[in-house]
Design a protein around this ligand. Structure first.
Ligand SMILES: C[S@@+](CC[C@H](N)C(=O)[O-])C[C@H]1O[C@@H](n2cnc3c(N)ncnc32)[C@H](O)[C@@H]1O
Ligand SMILES: [Zn+2]
Length: 266
């Protein structure tokens, strides 16, 4: 079942008219040539380039293409497919690495939303089996109570929106860092590395299942550089840290993820 988009300005339903989406109040949003729709009004932008910038997007894209996160991608896609959803929204989908893998395993319609235009441009160009939009997930551009499954992979969670978007008994799947995710890299910049704890159930949700999946991988300097650049702690790496990493060459890095399945309770 397709999801109905709603206007980010007045929350009225959006209709597809030629290559634009338009509401009854004549707010109009155009489809880009890559096939995504931009539903982020200028007045809702907090900065000129909200979300991940092009450097982060390109680093993530390069790292993800190495296949080192494929075990996480496939674990999530398998879990979602088992739920047989009619539709799924990937909130903060980035360049669609997980979004398209879920679409490949599921019969339902797949949607990806991200505030970063650079990320969505890549996603829409590359993956034709999903519908992508540039929008804020703090006010996601979909009507109430329609979605069967929501996905959040290392993206911010807006609790009220999760409740509003999901249909009765809908599922929320959250991927977050496991206890010692990237510990070898964090040790370079933090005197003490603290273990990550699992994400707690958002309000109106109950935990169904939580899995921890881990792998240790050997990475060369280019992969390490991309992996660090796609993280929020990249800015802490000074020139001397980069030199040390380059000198070290190949190193073992822990990849560790919690996959949490929550169900909405009414
Ligand atoms: C760490 S990245 C993860 C991307 C993707 N889920 C992945 O794992 O490959 C977080 C993503 O959330 C997006 N993001 C942050 N705040 C957002 C918001 N308010 N609305 C929509 N997307 C947002 C960023 O642009 C970025 O693409
Ligand atoms: Zn409108």
């Amino acid at each position: 079942m397709s999801l109905a988009y709603q206007c980010p300005l007045c929350q009225s339903p959006l209709q597809l008219i030629e290559k634009s989406m338009r509401c009854d109040n004549n707010h109009t949003f155009d489809y880009a040539k890559e096939g995504y729709v931009n539903l982020l009004p200028v007045q809702n932008k907090n900065s000129k380039q909200p979300g991940d910038n092009l450097d982060m997007v390109q680093a993530r894209r390069a790292f993800l293409s190495t296949g080192h996160y494929q075990f996480l991608q496939q674990a999530i896609a398998t879990l979602v497919a088992e739920l047989s959803p009619k539709n799924v929204i990937d909130l903060g989908c980035g360049e669609g690495f997980y979004t398209h893998a879920i679409a490949n395993k599921c019969q339902g319609k797949m949607y990806g939303v991200d505030i970063s235009k650079s990320a969505i441009k890549y996603a829409a160009k590359r993956y034709e089996n999903c519908q992508f939009s540039v929008a804020s997930i703090s006010q996601a551009p979909f009507a109430d109570y329609q979605s069967d499954v929501l996905i959040s992979i290392f993206a911010p969670l807006f609790e009220q929106e999760l409740t509003r978007l999901l249909s009765k008994n809908g599922s929320l799947i959250v991927a977050s860092p496991g206890p010692w995710h990237l510990k070898e890299l964090k040790q370079k910049i933090y005197r003490e590395v603290n273990a990550h704890t699992p994400v707690a159930a958002p309000q109106n949700f109950t935990l169904i299942q939580q899995n921890l999946i881990e792998q240790k991988v050997k990475l060369g300097f280019e992969d390490v550089k991309n992996l660090i650049t796609m993280t929020p702690f990249a800015w802490k790496f000074r020139p001397e840290h980069w030199q040390e990493l380059e000198k070290q060459g190949e190193q073992t890095v822990t990849l560790s993820f919690y996959i949490s399945h929550f169900r909405k309770v009414d």
